[in-house]
Write a protein that binds this ligand. Sequence first.
Ligand code: AMP
Ligand code: FE
Ligand code: FE
Ligand code: ZN
Length: 281
Amino acid sequence: MIDLHTHSTASDGTEAPAVVVEQAVRAGLTTVGLTDHDTTLGWGEAADAARRLGIALVPGIEVSCSRRGRSVHLLAYLPDPAHADLCDELERARTSRDTRLERMVELMAADGIPVTLDEVLAQVVEGATAGRPHIADALLASGVVDDRDEAFDRWLGNEGPYYVGHYAPDPVHAVRVVRSAGGVAVVAHAHSVTRGRVLPDDLLAEMAEAGMAGIEARHRDHTPESVRHLTDLARGLGLFTTGSSDYHGAGKRNRLGENTTEPEVLERIEDLATGTEVVRP
Ligand code: AMP
Ligand code: FE
Ligand code: FE
Ligand code: ZN
C-alpha cells in the first residue's frame, strides 16, 4: 500500500516527521511519501524513522505555485534537496509566507479577533513552513475555535476578508525547476473545490508540456466525476495518475492510505527521478 502525499510539523501537519512514518506503518502502508509545503526540513527525521521501522520513504515537497491568483500545488518527488534554483524558490516562498502570516494576524487582531503573532509563531516548529493552519492552531489553543475547519470557515478561507497571498512561482516555471533538480512533478488535487475554482485542462496540458509526469487523480477533495475526468485527461496527455491521502495528522480528516498509488507508478517515478533516492529499510 503506497501513499505519496502527507504533511508533518515541517509544514502544516500536526505530527513530527517520525510520527507520520510511525502512523504510516500502523496504517499498513509499505511506502509513504512525505511532501511538506515548500520544504525538505522533515526528510532527515523521516528517513531515520523509515529505516528503523522498516517502511520505504519517498522524499518529496508540495511546492506552492500560483497562476493569476489561482493556487496550484505541485508535488515534487525525489528532487535534489540542495539544487540551487529549487532552494531559492522554496526559500522565497517561505519568507513571503512569514510576512503574509504577520499581515493576516494584524488584520484579524484589528477586527477584534483574539489572536497575536506570538501565539501563531508558537505553533510553528523552527524552520518549518508557516501557513494559515498555524493561525487556526493558535485559535484552537486559546479555545476560540474547535478545529481548523471552523477557523477556515469563519476567517481563513481564500475568499475571506483576512486572506493575504504570498509569493509562489508560476506552475510551469515550477515544473521546470523541479525537473532540473532531478525531481518528478505531479500536480496535487487539481480539482479540489475547497480551493475555489478547479484547474483548467489547458493549464494541466501546459504543465505536462513543460515536463510534468503525473496527475494526483484520487484525492478526497475530488468528486467521482473529477476522478474520471482527470484519469482520462492524464491518459490523453501520456501522464500517470496517483491516489493519495494528503494526511495532516489531526489537522484534517484525511486518513493515511485512504487513497493509494499503484506499485507500477512508483516504479515509473523512481525511473524518472535523478535527484535523490527512495529510502529503503
Ligand atoms: P496556506 O498554505 O497558508 O495557503 O494554507 C493552505 C493550507 O491550509 C492547505 O495546504 C491545507 O493544508 C490547509 N487547509 C485549507 N483549507 C482547510 C480547512 N478547511 N481546514 C483545515 N485545513 C485547511
Ligand atoms: Fe497543507
Ligand atoms: Fe495541497
Ligand atoms: Zn498537501
